[in-house]
Write a protein that binds this ligand. Sequence first.
Ligand code: ZN
Length: 75
Amino acid sequence: MSASISPRRRGDEPEERCAVTDCPEPAVRSLARSEVRKAFPKLPEEPRRANLCRAHYREFKKATREARTLGRLDW
Ligand SMILES: [Zn+2]
């Protein structure tokens, strides 16, 4: 019997992908999903953390900032 060694990924580099569905970018930030869904409501609720790539993290910050600004305006 030859021992079959199952190839394992090295744990050194966690491959985190951006949580936005069609986005192939690597994640740079891990955020609470409830926060991220304020900016990206389409995200599934499943994991508790949502990873965002740089571009989407920017969008997230922008979206939350706009929400805050809107909150100041009286409509
Ligand atoms: Zn992304």
